[in-house]
Design a protein around this ligand. Structure first.
Ligand code: SIN
Length: 299
């Protein structure tokens, strides 16, 4: 099997061809895919009608999967997070209906955010022959590299607070009264560098997001707010973007260190959208979670 990498031509993004993800994969094929993932920051496969088990098995090649303690997790597969605008018989959404409303990296309110995310298209809204609900990605390495030297020096060593409560406040302001469960609210904030170093590639990535960054530490509040506004708008400028136009049975993988993303809400019922997502932890988070599971088991 030979892996073909077709680059988007922009700052990030590539399509991978020549692989059937439902079949066992050799280490060398996986190494090619992993390389393409690191080089292109978001990669996608078309025409992969995977089961949840296939999806989980393939994502596990990249690392331990995080089992999310969230309302929108699939009851049969705790590794699967459901994103959907579909409602059940009681009128409740069957998954997260507002995921991606703001630019963000997945799980940035956690001390150890998700390393990578894997999103699979099960139902895609189509109107007049055109798919809706694109996901837009922006390269945080390209954004960092394009900063002027003065700004690079200014943010060097700065740390920022990322907060799920802040995101909740913003969704409330936007009239989307999403309530998060208690487990999420038990760990509502984390502090991270404004420019982080990618653990594998060593490249610098900007890390300030519209959805979650609430303040930058060690500078006056007004300066902190102005800098968050400036950087969070700057880092998602069109020149740093790739726009994914979904097709049924796509699987899209993105690196949560080197990218941010945002969903597009240009569809509504009866047009249905259903995607399943898994997330891979970085190795430090995986051993921390194993440690606390072992501690719980020993109690
Ligand atoms: C997300 O933010 O993870 C979801 C993106 C999407 O639904 O397009």
């Amino acid at each position: 099997m030979s892996v073909e990498v077709i680059k988007s031509g922009g700052a990030l993004g590539a399509e991978i061809r020549g692989v059937d993800l439902s079949r066992p994969m050799s280490d060398s094929t996986f190494a090619d895919i992993h390389r393409a993932f690191l080089d292109n920051e978001i990669i996608y496969f078309r025409g992969q009608p995977l089961s949840d088990d296939d999806h989980i098995r393939f994502s596990r090649r990249f690392g331990e999967l995080r089992r999310l303690n969230l309302d929108d997790v699939d009851k049969r597969h705790p590794e699967i997070f459901i994103i959907s605008n579909i409602r059940n018989d009681k009128g409740d959404y069957i998954g997260s209906y507002d995921a991606g409303i703001f630019w963000h990296t997945d799980g940035s309110y956690l001390p150890n955010p998700h390393a990578a995310s894997f999103l699979r298209a099960i139902e895609i809204p189509v109107k007049d022959g055109r798919a809706l609900g694109d996901t837009v990605y922006a390269s945080m390495t390209a954004a960092y590299d394009a900063l002027d030297e003065g700004m690079k020096r200014r943010i060097d060593g700065l740390r920022a607070v990322h907060s799920i409560k802040y995101r909740e406040e913003q969704t409330n302001k936007a009239g989307i009264a999403k309530k998060y469960n208690n487990a999420m609210m038990a760990a509502p904030e984390a502090t991270h560098p404004v420019a982080r170093i990618h653990p594998v590639t060593g490249r610098k990535c900007l890390w300030v997001s519209q959805g979650y960054t609430v303040r930058i530490l060690g500078i006056p509040e007004d300066e902190s707010q102005a800098l968050i506004k400036q950087l969070s708008h700057y880092c998602v400028e069109e020149r740093f973007q790739y726009r994914h136009r979904w097709q049924l049975h796509d699987l899209v993988l993105w690196d949560n260190c080197s990218t941010q993303h945002r969903a597009t809400f240009d569809y509504e019922l009866p047009l249905r959208r259903l995607l399943h997502r898994t997330v891979v932890m970085n190795p430090a988070a995986a051993s921390e979670e194993q440690g606390s599971a072992a501690a719980r088991a020993a109690m």
